[in-house]
Design a protein around this ligand. Sequence first.
Ligand code: DX5
Ligand code: ZN
Length: 213
Amino acid sequence: MKISASFLSSYSIEKDIQKLNDTDVDFIHVDVMDGKFVKRKTMPFRSMKNIYKFTSKRLDVHLMAIHPKKLIKKYAQLNTEYITIHVELDEDIDSLIDLIHNYGIKCGLSIKPDTPIDVLDPYLNKIDMVLFMSVEPGQGGQAFLPETFVRIKEFKRKMKSKKLNIVINVDGGINLNNCTKLRQADILVSGSCITNSDDFQKTITKLRGGKHE
Ligand code: DX5
Ligand code: ZN
């Protein structure tokens, strides 16, 4: 189990990033919002770049944007492991996946809570990860939607029948209670659960399902 730390509900991103450098967190989850796909809008790339250059961790970039092409080009310049776009876009998803891969970066497809998982089918042979939204995208600190458990189980079944091995990442409302039921996933994104805690490392270890101390 890997942990990807997000900052949507953090009040001091720079400080929290420094604190995360001292932990064994696997990724920094970068939420990018365009004000169209979701209501809120994140800072322009030139400011984001200045923030995320302070981390030694690999980035897991989540693009919540209706036209992600330019953002892909920008975020591909950073220390990026995954770039994830939304499957709900009215765009040529195949060519966006190819664009991400052409930069040598792994590609994720994110799916909102109400989108049927079959929508992912045409892309399963070419993606590296699925990012299951377990809240409506757009803000941190929301309550986890329990139907996510069934969706992940269904997706696992589908992968087994198709003999596929796609990384499962879950994003939104993850805490120390529901993480124990998410052992089917490979990565858990966590924002407020980590940034509201006193001891980041202890929380990360607990989220991962390991013992601390
Ligand atoms: C929601 C974002 C999430 C969110 C996670 O749109 O994609 O990454 O910030 O934060 P928590 O863990 O607080 O729900
Ligand atoms: Zn996210």
